[in-house]
Design a protein around this ligand. Structure first.
Ligand code: PEP
Ligand code: MN
Length: 374
């Protein structure tokens, strides 16, 4: 709770240039940044980029320096690959971007006229490196996309954005690529959409891309994850594509050919509009929203009186020198609410999360009483 409050306080501090002023994308949705996980050879880069251009994609990605988990894996072709990206710019008129993880990478990209860079998940979680990158970019107007850190830590993600913003970078965006988790998941990285929604709520103007490739880890998940991103109204997709995916030197299982990507984008995904002028929609949605507003006001009132009773209980506990946390009572209450809610068809996870927050606040309120002179 406190963490969220801290972030709300920070919300006003990002100064952003709207995506429409980056000169990268048309207004057509979804906006797509695509290309191979790694640039492997000039031929592979040019064949993939040409295929993507034919599928209507205007922004090309390719990793030049690859952060690999184990040593000895293919770690990217290094600076040589930058001239291939320049060829993509020259011959296909596409914008190009790559990952940077150090001041040296930034300097090389600037020297080669790369249009945009991204900070990878393993780097976002390291404030030293983010600061080094921000310092190296100081004074440039280069667009920078910041991937979420590997761990589900919203503060680290926001902190990276703040460092770049303080270095004068205004064309900032984020890429949500999922999180490492201890929980069982069939995806490579847990989508953790809740954190994405929190960030979206904090910074509604921050351009937001989803990376279904690193989330899913396998081609078969790309469509459902991309659709989820579009359903949430995100700005676009950051997705891996390779002219011969089965031969890719990194992330072979999650890459699509440019043709398959084009089919997915143009024939399979459903783009959601953020609004419509259709009269029946507007009328119905307004009525429903008015009912929601009323219910929310009631909810507030119910919560306020619940907290008032918690305070009173706190006073009794204080007078009788009783510990605030009563685990048996809490277990009973939660169990009871989950049973009742489940009968009403409500989701158990939601009920657990909801009552945990309410209980946390009750404990805080009672602690306040304990510390006060009342
Ligand atoms: C990538 O986009 O190729 C990449 C390495 O991604 P991430 O930083 O999300 O793992
Ligand atoms: Mn990859």
């Amino acid at each position: 709770m406190l963490k969220i409050l801290y972030l709300w306080g920070m919300a006003a501090k990002l100064e952003l240039t709207p995506l429409t002023q980056w000169g990268f994308f048309s207004n057509l949705l979804p906006r797509v940044i695509a290309g191979p996980c790694s640039a492997e050879s000039e031929e592979q880069v040019m064949e993939t980029a040409a295929g993507l251009a034919s599928a209507g994609i205007r922004v090309f990605r390719a990793g030049i320096w690859k952060p690999r988990t184990h040593p000895g894996c293919f770690e990217g072709v290094g600076s040589t690959g930058l001239s291939w990206l320049q060829k993509v710019q020259r011959e296909l008129g596409m914008k190009v971007c790559t990952e940077v993880a150090s001041a040296k990478h930034v300097e090389e990209c600037l020297r080669h006229g790369i249009d945009m860079v991204w900070v990878g998940a393993r780097t976002t979680g390291n404030p030293f490196l983010v600061q080094e990158i921000a310092d190296a970019l100081q004074g440039c107007d280069l667009p920078v996309l910041v991937k979420n850190p590997v761990s589900p830590d919203l503060d680290l993600w926001v902190g990276a954005l703040e460092r770049l913003n303080q270095a004068g970078l205004r064309k900032l965006g984020v890429v949500h690529r999922g999180f490492s988790t201890l929980q069982e998941t069939h995806y490579r990285n847990d989508p953790g959409w809740r954190i994405a929604i929190e960030l979206r709520t904090l910074f509604p103007d921050l351009p937001f891309f989803a990376d279904p490739s690193h989330m899913g880890g396998e081609r078969k998940y790309l469509q459902e994850l991309s659709q989820r991103a579009l359903d949430l109204g995100l700005e676009g997709l950051f997705i891996e594509s390779h002219c011969h995916p089965e031969k890719a030197m990194s992330d072979a299982n999650q890459q699509l050919t440019p043709e398959a990507l084009g089919r997915m984008l143009h024939e399979q995904l459903i783009v959601r509009e953020s609004d419509t002028l259709a009269a029946d929609y507007r009328e119905n949605i307004e009525q429903l929203r008015a009912r929601i507003d009323l219910i929310d006001e009631n909810l507030l009132e119910v919560l306020r009186s619940r907290m008032e009773i918690s305070r009173e209980i706190g006073r009794y506990k204080k007078d009788h020198n009783i510990a605030i946390l009563q685990l048996a009572r809490w277990d009973d209450l939660l169990g009871d609410m989950i049973d009742k809610g489940s009968v009403e068809g409500m989701d158990e996870k939601f009920l657990r999360a909801l009552f945990s927050v309410i209980h946390e606040e009750s404990v805080r309120v009672q602690n306040e009483i304990l510390d006060s002179k009342e």
